[in-house]
Design a protein around this ligand. Structure first.
Ligand code: FES
Length: 508
């Protein structure tokens, strides 16, 4: 996507491409546990179960760590922006304490894994800071510092940081970490396979029949029978508890560039101001570090992505003069309506199916926590924080009424609006090279794209998940569904679920 700017895509994937893809299963499988999704949550769950002697198969539609995990900022921290003050008010002090303990336990588990398995993943201990530049936000920082400290984190309120611009106030938590997420997961997957687990790549799971055993269907025709199934596909591809009503997809942009090592911040920073800005640095070549800056979140299907990239790059350049941009990419998160991930049994009646989702941009500590929690649930062990994360928890009007209504209004607008006839419909001739639009062709809505050579390509504009209309993201050359965040290539291939079927080709 970055040919015009000469920028490369995800640094994490570029510098840890992995070996040849693991082939799909050659025939039907019978295993103890099938894990759907080879990102941080899926591989962490697989690891926890393999080390307890379970026979585990990981089924990944693309490459392991090639989805959201390979596109994060890769901060491993229990300080999630301003979550503790929020939890203290909505879940009480005990809820905030359980959240802090579970996320801290995940960081400790990752550190243990890195040491015990000797994974070379650029691990660095660092502090995490949430800061405000506006004076009117300082009280929020003070409140967060107090709530995080009460929850058990080593948190303090500070007014000085190493950032090259002033802050009005910040909450700082020491003893956190940053690392290279793809190197970490590839190392974990290697050891998982050495201990008897199996990873299958290029294997999209398309159906789930629950029972004893559960049966998974795949796009290769192979069936996988498993006593336990873990759905760790980011946005769940099987949603038997209507979790989609409680999850909002959000895209976020990342720009990265090199900076002299002595000018790069060593701790990790985030602010909610200016549509979120998150900053960290990573080891790079010859006396430099790679500055990784994230921000500009927006709903999938939003049109002005190129402008947002420009805005983020300009912000990074103004705050860190001398920065040489080398990479840019985008990522996608799912926010739960009560700001707590949904991890545990897939639905109220499920005994052998589990889900991990709704990490709200904190899917590294969240994914590792989910792996530990699901490992314990499969083993039938009681876990102190299982109730906090239980996807079957009731909707609370106090906790999530506002965000639930906002999310539902957004989805309802598309469910209804996308089924009404459009007033005007541009014609394919109006499309410039690289552009795409939903056009009415022969009475059908088609998603039409003109490639750089001028050739037109058309696919159905109806998302194969639940039928909303897709919209074109020109900066990333992708069709995106605004309802639950499925993404498709211009030729209709799935880039990101929850859809499990491609957009159908259309003739124009
Ligand atoms: Fe649900 Fe498209 S992702 S309708």
């Amino acid at each position: 996507m970055n040919a015009e700017q000469g920028l490369r895509e995800s640094y994490w994937i570029e510098t840890a491409p992995g070996g040849a893809p693991a082939p799909p299963p050659a025939g039907d499988l019978d295993v103890d546990v099938a894990v759907v999704g080879g990102g941080m949550a899926g591989l962490s769950a697989a690891w926890e179960l393999v080390r307890r002697g379970r026979e585990v198969a990981v089924l990944e539609a693309g490459r392991i760590a090639g989805g959201v995990t390979g596109h994060t900022t890769a901060k491993l921290t229990a300080l999630h922006t301003l979550v503790y003050d929020h939890l203290r008010r909505t879940r009480g002090r005990e809820g905030a304490r359980l959240y802090a303990r579970s996320q801290s336990a995940a960081i400790h588990r990752a550190a243990e894994i890195v040491t015990d398995l000797g994974i070379d993943c650029d691990w660095e201990e660092a502090a995490a800071c949430t800061y405000a530049q506006n004076e009117q936000d300082v009280e929020k920082m003070r409140a967060e510092a107090e709530a995080a400290r009460e929850a058990g984190l080593p948190a303090e309120f500070v007014t000085e940081t190493e950032l090259p611009y002033p802050v009005a106030g910040a909450v700082r938590v020491t003893g956190q970490a940053q690392f290279h997420p793809v190197k970490y997961l590839l190392g974990l997957a290697d050891e998982l396979c050495r201990r008897g687990g199996t990873v299958y790549e290029g294997t999209r799971v398309t159906g789930l029949t629950e029972g004893k055993p559960c049966v998974l269907s795949t796009d290769t025709g192979v069936k996988v029978r498993a006593r336990e199934v873990v759905v760790a596909t980011h946005y769940p591809v099987f949603d038997r508890a209507l979790l989609f009503t409680r999850l909002s997809p959000r895209r976020e942009l990342v720009v990265a560039g090199t900076l002299d090592a002595d000018r790069a911040p060593r701790d990790m920073y985030i602010t909610t101001e200016e549509n979120t800005r998150s900053v960290r640095s990573a080891p790079y070549a010859d006396g430099t570090r790679l500055l990784v800056v994230t921000g500009e979140h927006f709903a999938p299907g939003t049109a002005d992505v190129e402008e947002r990239f420009d805005r983020l790059a300009a912000w990074a350049d103004s705050r860190f003069p001398g920065l040489t941009l080398t990479h840019r990419w985008a990522t996608q998160d799912n926010d739960s309506t009560d700001s707590v991930p949904l991890v545990g049994h897939l639905h109220p009646g499920s005994r052998h199916t589990y889900v991990a989702t709704g990490f709200g941009g904190w899917g590294l500590s969240g994914g590792i926590m989910a792996g530990q929690l699901i490992g314990d649930l499969v083993e039938g062990r009681a876990v102190e924080w299982a109730g906090l994360y239980d996807p079957r928890r009731l909707v609370s009007v106090v906790r999530e009424g506002g965000s639930l209504l906002t999310h539902q209004a957004h989805v309802a607008k598309h469910f209804v609006g996308d089924r009404l006839p459009s007033v005007t419909s541009p014609s394919p001739e109006d499309l410039a090279p690289g552009d795409g639009a939903v056009l009415r062709v022969g009475g059908h809505r088609c998603a039409v794209h003109r490639d750089d050579s001028g050739q037109l390509h058309a696919v159905s504009a109806r998302c194969t998940h639940l039928g909303c209309l897709v919209a074109f993201n020109r900066a990333e050359q992708a069709w995106e569904c605004p309802c639950h965040g499925s993404r498709f290539a211009p030729d209709g291939r799935i880039l990101q679920g929850p859809a499990v079927r491609p957009l159908e080709k259309r003739d124009i």
